[in-house]
Design a protein around this ligand. Structure first.
Ligand code: FES
Length: 114
């Protein structure tokens, strides 16, 4: 897991070419655990904080998908989230959403900020 400094500055995460479809990369933005992944060619990032109890979604490193590889999954109580929007579509926090993390690509490097 990469450790990045706090603040509003863009933080480099990894090379864009290093993230394949349905591959996840966990990182820290200041004190905030976050994760990045690619879905159908597009990049997304969210804070790793379930809206149900405010705790991380995953129990295993880099594992965020449900068994069918369709939705983001909270391992704690089974909430399911649409990967492209972060909206919870089933589970105890249905109607809430994950908090997205802005991304940009600079010279082939993915950068994020809170
Ligand atoms: S903490 Fe995620 S569903 Fe309960």
């Amino acid at each position: 897991m990469a450790d990045c400094a706090a603040g509003n500055d863009w933080q480099p995460l990894c090379a864009e070419a290093d993230i394949d479809n349905d591959q996840f990369h966990e990182f820290q933005l200041g004190e905030e655990p976050c994760f990045l992944f690619r879905r159908r060619g597009r990049l997304f990032a969210y804070r790793n904080q379930c809206p149900h109890l405010g705790i991380p979604l995953n129990w295993m490193p880099e594992r965020f998908l449900d068994p069918d590889n369709c939705f983001l999954h909270c391992a704690n109580h089974g909430a399911l989230f649409t990967p492209e929007s972060g909206d919870c579509i089933a589970g105890p926090c249905q109607g809430d959403s994950l908090t997205s993390v802005p991304l940009r690509i600079t010279d082939g490097t993915i950068e994020a900020r809170l």
